[in-house]
Design a protein around this ligand. Structure first.
Ligand SMILES: Cc1cc2nc3c(=O)[nH]c(=O)nc-3n(C[C@H](O)[C@H](O)[C@H](O)COP(=O)(O)OP(=O)(O)OC[C@H]3O[C@@H](n4cnc5c(N)ncnc54)[C@H](O)[C@@H]3O)c2cc1C
Length: 505
């Protein structure tokens, strides 16, 4: 059997197939595996994650244990506090794994806001518990109405308000629940990582997801995101599977309604009776598949959406951590949020959707070298700076605008951490156009498709394809654009492999 794409989902799918005794070959376009879970020396001597940093969702599943990834060398370190809000006016909020410690941190600046945050978490924890089975790939479309009904009913005094909260956007939700931008800004910025805007109906889910970090923590793979991939490759090898890199697939042949072969861009034809695609599902089924998926199922897939808002990154190698005034030990352990106002995020989203660079730039930083000495030379650091609301297509084009992005990112850090710029040793910009061409992500979209309610869980990428099966015999879909979600969850990989194994083998 062939898996197209050696990102983490493709490798997870291959491991499960190999574990079941299947002869499996993974074909990866790039020279190395990993896709959005790679780490590289983009500045010589400094190892930066190219995309994902925090591997939280996979650590809410039993997949690492089932595949014994620890036995294959993978070590996850907790990032606690998982986030620190670095407000420009000098105020700080530290979001710890412990809700009590977080509430105490908020209370240092504002006791009323602290009480409101606790009440918001009281509401959010049951929401996260309800949707967890979906994230773990264990919820069918049929169960959704009943589970949502039970959730709404569990808030005995306020079922109607709860229904409204769940259906609305996180912009309104956070304005109702949190009194000021002290916590609204950073919580909204976290929600924005799901590549869903503040005004998206149903997007409140991503703000409720804040509770998941308190419940499960935030996790860094020692050595960088690549360590997950290295462990998967080791495990695949030990199970007898094969990975071939530098082998982009150009075509999946299915002349009579069933898969017969895949053909690489170099023209090598590899006969097979079963294929799992672990790349963007639209590219797979409407581009590579020959003939392309047609009928109602194909039309539904063609109608799925991805917006113009994605992420842009600047890697900064430095001889110091950002020197935030009033910093405390631990402030560099997790994500450092530079979003002061919810309104700024709303404006940024609108700008990016319209193809403009937001001003001010919403930004967050990860400084993983503070907790992992393997990433930078002694006394030096990797400062990963990301804009979660960057336009995929920007006015003037990225080749023209890239230097401006770098200047503005560095100015934003300097404003909050005076003296940081003097320690810069090297800079590398990684913009959506480069991600699109390198990673083969249409629109530079790391989730492959938007994470909207109608494109999530059993509806991802569409209702008909939500169980990973396609109308083409032997053809299955996986990857970030399939059930349940994008990001590093590994669930689409395991689910697709299990669907295939249940059907035929
Ligand atoms: C800046 C940024 C930060 C992020 N941070 C996080 C984070 O902290 N936590 C998190 O959970 N997620 C994060 N993400 C999202 C995450 O990286 C992706 O959603 C995830 O990597 C998708 O994994 P995947 O295996 O489904 O697909 P991909 O990672 O896209 O892998 C697909 C693989 O298929 C290969 N491929 C494509 N076409 C072909 C072909 N024709 N033939 C053969 N191979 C092919 C690609 O080269 C790639 O290796 C971030 C993304 C970005 C951009």
């Amino acid at each position: 059997m062939v898996v197209v794409g050696g990102g983490h989902n493709g490798l997870v799918a291959a491991c499960y197939l190999a574990r079941a005794g299947v002869d499996v070959l993974v074909l990866e376009a790039l020279d190395g595996p990993g896709g959005g879970s790679r780490t590289a020396e983009t500045v010589p001597g400094y190892r930066f994650d190219l995309h994902s940093v925090a591997h939280n969702m996979i650590n809410m599943t039993d997949i690492p244990a089932e595949l014994d990834l620890a036995g294959a060398g993978l070590v996850y370190q907790e990032m606690d506090p998982f986030s620190v809000a670095v407000h420009a006016d000098g105020r700080r909020v530290r979001f710890y794994r412990s809700i009590d410690a977080t509430v105490a941190s908020i209370a240092e600046a504002d006791p009323v806001e602290a009480a409101a945050y606790r009440a918001f978490m009281d509401k959010a924890v049951p929401v996260v518990r309800t949707i967890l089975p979906a994230l773990r790939g264990q919820m069918s479309a049929r169960e959704i109405p009943e589970r949502l009904g039970a959730l709404v009913g569990s808030f005995r005094h306020r079922p109607a308000e709860t229904a409204r909260d769940l259906l609305g956007p996180y912009d309104s939700l956070l304005r109702r629940w949190l009194p000021s931008d002290l916590t609204r800004g950073p919580v909204a910025a976290f929600a924005a990582h799901a590549a869903s805007g503040p005004g998206l109906p149903g997007g409140s889910l991503y703000a409720f997801w804040q509770a998941a970090y308190h419940m499960f923590g935030q996790w860094h793979a020692r050595g960088g995101a690549q360590s997950l991939v290295d462990a998967l490759v080791t495990r695949l090898g030990s199970l007898g599977g094969e990975l071939r890199c530098g082998a982009p697939v150009a075509r999946i042949e299915a002349p009579n309604g069933a898969v017969t072969a895949v053909v690489t861009e170099e023209g090598e034809r590899i006969p097979t009776r079963a294929v799992i695609t672990a790349i963007d599902p639209k590219t797979a089924l409407l581009g590579l598949l020959d003939p392309p998926l047609g009928g109602r199922v194909g039309a539904d897939l063609a109608a799925t959406r991805r917006g113009n808002v994605v992420q842009a990154l600047v890697h900064v190698a430095a001889d110091r951590l950002p020197p935030y005034p009033g910093a405390r030990p631990g402030d560099w352990n997790g994500l450092q949020s530079y979003v002061d106002h919810l309104d700024d995020l709303v404006a940024a989203w609108a700008a990016a959707e319209a193809g403009r660079l937001p001003d001010p730039l919403p930004l967050y930083a990860f400084t993983t070298s503070a907790i992992d000495s393997s990433l930078a030379p002694p006394g030096h650091h990797t400062v990963y700076l990301a804009c979660p609301a960057a336009p995929a297509t920007v006015e003037g084009g990225w080749d023209t605008r890239r230097p401006e992005l770098v200047d503005r990112v560095l100015a934003t850090v300097e404003e909050r951490a005076p003296g940081f710029s003097a320690g810069i040793q090297g800079v590398h910009a990684w913009t959506p156009d480069l991600m699109e061409s390198t990673e083969r992500w249409p629109g530079g979209h790391p989730m492959h498709l938007d994470l909207a309610l109608d494109q999530l869980g059993p509806f991802r990428p569409t209702k008909a394809l939500g169980r990973h099966r396609t109308p083409v015999g032997g053809l299955y879909v996986s990857g970030a654009g399939t059930n349940p979600s994008g990001g590093i969850s590994a669930s689409p990989g395991r689910r697709a492999a299990k669907a295939l194994l249940a059907d035929r083998w």
